[in-house]
Design a binder for this molecule. Structure first.
Ligand code: S3P
Length: 169
């Protein structure tokens, strides 16, 4: 089996990109990268702070720069933020030398997995479910268009998703 240089995970908040990414990287003997966490480390602040001080635009600029930089990193599994696909300029960085995997997840699962979360500024409002629904309507076609593999994650353990993914790479 010839492995791709990179595996890039895209999908909505609560899709399990970080959990599955970490396990997949271990399975492949690749390095795991999480773009949101690296942005936070570099900035010395968490994502809510970045949104507060720099606005969503400021965060998106940092995200694009990060995706560009990480597109050069071989033998890696990259977990991206849910909005990483929204800037067209990012698509080139996401696809470079990569198999792009869309972790497709129902709205119910997204809601369930992001409940009580305080680190996602877009969901800090009265109706996070409506936000997730609207984002999904806009983003699902973009994730699908970009992906080489669409993997359904509902009612599957992360271990099963990883096993199925390894077979499809
Ligand atoms: C966002 C998703 C988050 C993070 C930021 C914005 C989005 O990442 O990048 O809060 O626009 O969907 P996760 O998908 O890892 O939660």
């Amino acid at each position: 089996m010839t492995l791709p240089k990179r595996v890039v995970l895209v999908g909505p908040m609560g899709a399990g990109k970080s959990t599955i990414g970490r396990m997949l990287a271990k399975e492949l003997g690749y390095r795991f990268l999480d773009s949101d966490r690296i942005i936070e480390e570099r900035c010395g602040a968490n994502i809510p702070w970045i949104f507060d001080v720099e606005g969503e635009d400021g965060f998106r600029q940092r995200e694009s720069a990060m995706l560009r930089e990480l597109s050069e990193a071989s033998c890696t599994v990259l977990a991206t933020g849910g909005g990483a696909v929204m800037r067209r300029e990012n698509h080139e960085f996401l696809k470079k030398d990569a198999v792009v995997v869309y972790l497709r997840t129902s709205l119910e699962q997204q809601v369930e997995r992001t409940r009580k979360d305080r680190n996602r500024p877009l969901l800090q409002n009265d109706n996070p479910e409506a936000v997730l629904r609207n984002l999904f309507a806009v983003r699902d076609p973009i994730y699908t268009e970009l992906a080489d593999i669409v993997m359904f994650t509902d009612r599957k353990s992360p271990r099963l998703v990883v096993r199925q993914l390894v077979n499809r790479l």
